[in-house]
Design a protein around this ligand. Sequence first.
Ligand SMILES: O=P(O)(O)O[C@H]1O[C@H](CO)[C@@H](O)[C@H]1O
Ligand SMILES: Nc1nc2[nH]cnc2c(=O)[nH]1
Length: 295
Amino acid sequence: MQSIEQISHDEYQMTADWLRSQTKHRPQVAIICGTGLGMLADALQHQESFAYSDIPGFPVSTVQGHAGRLVFGELKGRACVCMQGRFHMYEGYSLFKTTFPVRVFKLLGVKTLIVTNAAGGLADGLKTGDIMIIKDHVNFPGLVGLNPLSGPNDDKFGPRFPPMSGCYDKDLRCLAMDIGKQLGVSGLMHEGVYAMVGGPNFESIAEAKLLHRLGVDAVGMSTAPEVIVATHCGLRVFGLSLITNKVVKSYEDLDSANHDSILEVGQLRSQTVQQLVTELVSRMDINNTTTNTAI
Ligand SMILES: O=P(O)(O)O[C@H]1O[C@H](CO)[C@@H](O)[C@H]1O
Ligand SMILES: Nc1nc2[nH]cnc2c(=O)[nH]1
C-alpha cells in the first residue's frame, strides 16, 4: 500500500492562488503532454510559462522528454494551460503528488482535461504512429490499492465513491474522430482501452500476452490516476495515446521497446497530434461538463 501522505485542500489552493497572482490567463482547458508530446504547448498563443521548480508545491519532472514547464496561453482564442511534462509513480512520487496539478487546475476554473500519452500497442490493429482515442482504462495499480483517492475523502473535491463508467467523454471522442477524418488522418485513428502499469520497466513477453488476453489495446505508465482525480472533481476528460511502439508479444520477435525511439515517434507525429488537439479545443462545447457533481 502507498503511504497516505495526504495533501490538504489549502495546499492545492495555495498553488492555485500563486498561479492566479502570476498570470492573467484564466484557463478553461488543461492539457497534459505525454512523453515526446511536449510540442503540444508550442501551439499556444500569448504564452506565459513557469518552470515547475518555481511553482510552490509542484513536483519537478525527472524524465527525459518532459520539459517540466507549465505553459498558459490560447488555442484559437480559448484559454488553456499545458503541462509540458507529467509526473509518474515510477519516479518515486506518491499518487497524490503525480495528480497534484489536476486539482490545482480545478481550482483555477478548468472545466475539461485533455490527457495525452505515449503507449505501447497491444491490439493487432494498432501500428506504431497510430493515435488511439482512449475509451476506457484499466488502472492496474488501483486494482491492488494504489489509488490517488485513497485516504480520507476531500468532499470539497468530490464524493467518496466516484463512478468511473463513462469517464472518457463520449461527445469529445466522437468529435475527435470527426476531426481526424477532416484532417485526412482517419487511417491512423482508433478507439481503445488503455492500461496503466507501474513501470519503469517495459513489459515482459508473458505480461504483454496477459494484457492482450485481458482486452487491453495499449499500455503505458501514466494517465489513469490523473483521469480518476479529474473525474472525481467533475472535470470532463478526453484522452489519447500515441502508439509509439508495438509491444513485443512473441518469443520469436527480437525487437524491444526503448525510450529514445518512443521520443522519436512523438516527434514524427507532433504536427498531427497538435492539429487534432487544437481543433478539438476550438470546436468543443466549452461549457459542457460531466454530470459528476463537485465544487
Ligand atoms: O505516459 P507517458 O508519460 O506519455 O510516457 C510513457 O512513455 C514512457 C516510457 O518511454 C513512460 O513514462 C510511459 O508512461
Ligand atoms: N508500459 C509501457 N509503457 C510504454 N510507453 C510507451 N510505450 C510503452 C510500452 O510499450 N509499455
